[in-house]
Design a protein around this ligand. Structure first.
Ligand code: CMP
Length: 143
C-alpha cells in the first residue's frame, strides 16, 4: 500500500474536553505519524470555505457555528494507506453508528459534534492539507 498523507482535524469538542493527547495516541498506535500540526480558531469565512461542499445541506449553518466555537487542532497524518486507515480509526460520521473502539464511538457527542474530521479521498486530502499548511510546514518523517 502506498504511503499517503491525509488531513485530520480534532474539532472544538475534542479540544475543549482535552482529548488531543488521547486522540493523537490512537493515530500513532495505528502507524499514522503526525508530520504537521497547528492549533487554529477558524473564522466563519474559513469554516465556510472548508465545508463549502456541504453548503446546501440543512446542517451547514449549525456545522459552521460549531466549527468556529473554539480552537481546532489541524494535523497532517502520514502512513501506508493513511486516508482509509484514518477513516477506519475515526469510525462512522454519526457516533451512534461508529464501531466500538473507534474515536467517534469513544469520544464523540453527536453527529455534529463528532470530534474528528478526516479527508475522504486523495483529491480531498491534497486540497484540505493545502488549506491549512504550506509545504514548508510539513516535516517528512524518516525515523
Ligand atoms: P465531517 O467528517 O467533518 O464532515 C462534515 C461534517 O458535517 C460531519 O463531519 C459532521 O460534523 C457534520 N454532519 C454530517 N451530517 C450531519 C447531520 N446529519 N447533522 C449535523 N451535522 C452533520
Amino acid at each position: 500500500m502506498p504511503t499517503e498523507r491525509t488531513l485530520s482535524i480534532i474539532k472544538p469538542d475534542g479540544v475543549a474536553r482535552d482529548c488531543i493527547g488521547a486522540i493523537c495516541g490512537r493515530f500513532e498506535q495505528a502507524g499514522l505519524r503526525i508530520v504537521a500540526a497547528r492549533m487554529v480558531r477558524l473564522s466563519q469565512a474559513e469554516a465556510g470555505e472548508f465545508y463549502a461542499v456541504h453548503k446546501e445541506r440543512p446542517f451547514y449553518a449549525g456545522l459552521l457555528r460549531y466549527m468556529v466555537s473554539g480552537p481546532v487542532m489541524a494535523m497532517v497524518l502520514e502512513g501506508e494507506g493513511a486516508i482509509a486507515r484514518n477513516r477506519e480509526i475515526m469510525g462512522a460520521t454519526n457516533p451512534a453508528d461508529a464501531a466500538p473502539g473507534t474515536i467517534r464511538a469513544d469520544f464523540a457527542e453527536s453527529v455534529e459534534r463528532n470530534t474528528v474530521h478526516g479527508s475522504d479521498s486523495a483529491q480531498t486530502a491534497a486540497a484540505e492539507i493545502a488549506f491549512f499548511f504550506d509545504d514548508m510546514q510539513i516535516c517528512p518523517r524518516d525515523s
